[in-house]
Design a protein around this ligand. Structure first.
Ligand code: PHE
Length: 343
């Protein structure tokens, strides 16, 4: 009997050390120890070999052994069921899901889209050109020869590999690219980023955004230019907006005009934004200079056209009262997220 009791102790140790992580392993435990041919049964079979006077003690040992095996089996079972079901038990499905940060449209893009959509309704198609331009498309073709003084107002950044390359100073370069490839009638709107060599401040930046417009066809007049732009500002700002045209000069338009609108900040009463005049300049415009048309083989006796260019930052400032240009490019989400739902 000594021997069997020792054997039982050893089985107990083995059972204690038995590890199960899957239901199949728990079942293997059951078969090995508690099955019909399991070790518990086998050990119990030893009862008949035990002398009568020891049967009572041995019986107790056997019962205890059996209970030990059953308890261990139950423990293993619970343990693995816990692991299997753990996915659901440990995860609280009532908790809110993980929040993925959703970006918002940049205010300049919101306004750009509005501008493009208004002109889209008038039949203007979107055209784009490269930000790295050559001298011809940015200046030469637009009637700004190399020594033209108007170039001084548009100093920019040059590319060291090629002195002919520069960062475009206005979207008028896209006018050149369109006239190069398309024949009249031409009706395009050209949004894009432009660059100037400026010291960065609240009112100036080394890059900003413009939208260019170009309309060339037979019989296009200055009246068409005025009416188109008047319609545009009314659509963008509302019917209450007033406009005025002031004579101006651009080498690529003749005659040229700058368009002011009544100040959207103070309503025309006078404030810092409109420098107490009640008016804010929003764009340059004019009739396309015959020389520019001829540069692209467009017959200036047959065709006329108008062009205009506006800064998106300025329009956005008037629409949303943003008075520091630097905010647009600082990537401060506290600023950027204020425009959610603006479109
Ligand atoms: N390109 C001019 C500028 O950047 C704006 C303009 C465009 C004026 C088209 C007239 C016609 O200042």
């Amino acid at each position: 009997m000594e021997q069997i009791v020792q054997q039982i102790e050893q089985y107990k140790q083995e059972m204690q050390a038995f590890e199960a992580t899957t239901p199949a392993q728990v079942e293997a435990f059951r078969i090995k120890y508690l099955g019909t041919k399991g070790l518990v049964k086998t050990v119990m079979g030893e009862m008949k070999n035990v002398p009568n006077e020891q049967k009572k003690v041995f019986g107790q040992i056997l019962n205890e052994f059996k209970e030990f095996a059953e308890a261990r089996y139950t423990a293993l079972k619970e343990q693995t069921e816990g692991v299997a079901a753990g996915g659901d038990q440990q995860r609280d499905i009532t908790l809110p899901g993980e929040v993925f940060p959703v970006g918002t449209r940049h205010p300049l893009n919101i306004v750009r889209n509005q501008i493009v959509s208004i002109f889209g309704r008038l039949g203007f198609a979107v055209a784009e050109g490269p930000e790295i331009e050559d001298d011809w498309h940015n200046f030469g073709a637009m009637n700004l020869p190399e020594d033209h003084p108007a170039r001084d107002m548009q100093d920019t950044f040059y590319i060291s590999q090629n002195p002919d390359w520069l960062l475009r100073t206005h979207t008028s370069s896209v006018q050149a690219r369109v006239m190069e490839t398309q024949k009249p009638p031409i009706r395009v709107i050209c949004p894009g980023r432009v660059y100037r060599n400026e010291t960065i401040s609240a009112r100036a930046h080394c890059f900003f955004h413009q939208v260019e417009g170009l309309y060339i066809d037979e019989n296009v007049s200055f009246a068409d230019l005025k009416q188109t732009l008047y319609f545009f500002v009314q659509e963008l700002f509302g019917k209450h907006v007033k406009v005025r045209f002031r004579p101006s000069y651009f080498p690529f338009t003749e005659p040229s005009a700058e368009m002011d609108i009544s100040c959207q900040i103070c309503g025309g009463d006078g404030c810092n934004i409109c420098k107490h005049t009640g008016w804010v300049e929003i764009l340059g415009s004019g009739m396309v200079h015959p020389k520019v048309l001829e540069n692209f083989g467009i017959d200036s006796n047959k065709y006329t056209g108008f062009a205009f260019g506006m800064g998106i930052e300025r329009i956005t400032q008037l629409k949303y009262q943003v008075n520091d240009l630097r905010l647009y490019s600082q990537n401060d989400v506290r600023f950027l997220k204020q425009f959610t739902g603006a479109v």
